[in-house]
Design a protein around this ligand. Structure first.
Ligand code: ZN
Ligand code: ZN
Length: 304
């Protein structure tokens, strides 16, 4: 079962009680980390998470609040005894920044492979070592620097129906194969289709993460039917709209409107301006736009 933790909810700079926006997705004991601003490794420790579980890091863009935590986190990862290669996925214009950040580590006991992703068109990445049904998609966003949104999609096998298998007198040792979708020949010569003992196809699980962007319509399509939509909301007052347009960020209200369009099941707001001392003051107003809104706090966690 995927475990999702929002390590921090801040934008621009870390505060005493608010680390920078970063997402931890764990499944089968392996994790994907999205973004790594200053202090991300401290947030790991605070939320009781293990750096050693990181299988891959994905970065949205080269701004300091999303990448400068990398050298420290990688050095600490080296101290855990890690030897296997670590892939870091990032937009093509972020590659050089990551190379410089690796340089300041002075060398690591494991290889890092920087994998450039197009910032012009959506891409699909596969993480078969974590789960063959796990796919990560990217979406080019609209920010001051080229920026990527990420979506983690986990396919779900249809439900296995033991009553149907029993009625067909299928021996138990074939249950697993049939549940995996494979048809089988039984020793008595009968052919059993997987679809005879499984339920209808199920919707995949979708977790969408978009931060540092104007509220472009493409985000609503990208986040369509997300089980969890994590989206920036720098400010909660509409009078900041012009400034947000200029800086290419969005308001909490914009994120709520996108969640409505996307028909997302849940919305977690994040990447608050350091000057927004208590984003909860907007809760009532935001719920009028999108009732499923959650004004996230650091360490927000869900099992999906
Ligand atoms: Zn940012
Ligand atoms: Zn940014």
């Amino acid at each position: 079962m995927p475990e999702i933790t929002l390590l921090g909810t801040g934008g621009m700079l870390p505060l005493k009680n608010r680390f920078l926006t970063s997402l931890y997705y764990e499944q089968n004991g392996q994790a994907i980390l999205i973004d790594c601003g200053e202090g991300t490794q401290v947030a790991f420790a605070q939320h009781g998470l293990k750096l050693s579980r990181i299988s891959a890091i994905c970065l949205t863009h080269l701004h300091a609040d999303h990448v400068t935590g990398l050298p420290g986190l990688l050095l600490s990862l080296g101290n855990t005894g890690r030897q296997e290669m670590l892939p870091i996925y990032c937009g093509t214009t972020t590659v050089m920044t990551i190379k410089h950040l690796l340089y300041v580590t002075g060398g690591l006991p494991f290889d890092v492979k920087i994998i450039p992703i197009s910032e012009k068109k959506p891409q699909e990445l596969h993480f078969t070592d974590i789960d063959p049904l796990l796919t990560v998609r990217t979406l080019p966003l609209s920010h001051q620097a080229p920026c990527l949104g990420y979506q983690i999609e986990l396919g779900k096998k249809p439900e296995f129906l033991p009553d149907k298998a029993k009625a067909l007198e299928v021996p138990v040792q074939f249950y697993r194969t049939l549940h995996s979708g494979e048809d089988v020949w039984l020793p008595d010569g009968r052919f059993i289709k997987a679809s005879e003992v499984t339920g209808p196809p199920r919707q995949p699980l979708k977790v969408t993460y978009t931060t540092d962007t104007l509220p472009i319509l493409a985000i609503a399509d990208f986040a369509k039917d997300s089980d969890l939509f994590i989206c920036e909301g720098m400010w909660g007052t509409e009078d900041r709209k012009d400034s947000m347009n200029e800086k290419k960020h969005m308001l909490m209200q914009d994120a709520c409107r996108l969640a409505v369009k996307a028909k997302a099941k849940r919305l977690w707001l994040t990447h608050y301006s350091p000057a927004e001392k208590d984003p909860h003051v907007y809760e009532e107003e935001l719920q009028m736009i999108y009732p499923g809104v959650n004004i996230s706090k650091d360490g927000e966690h869900i099992s999906l």
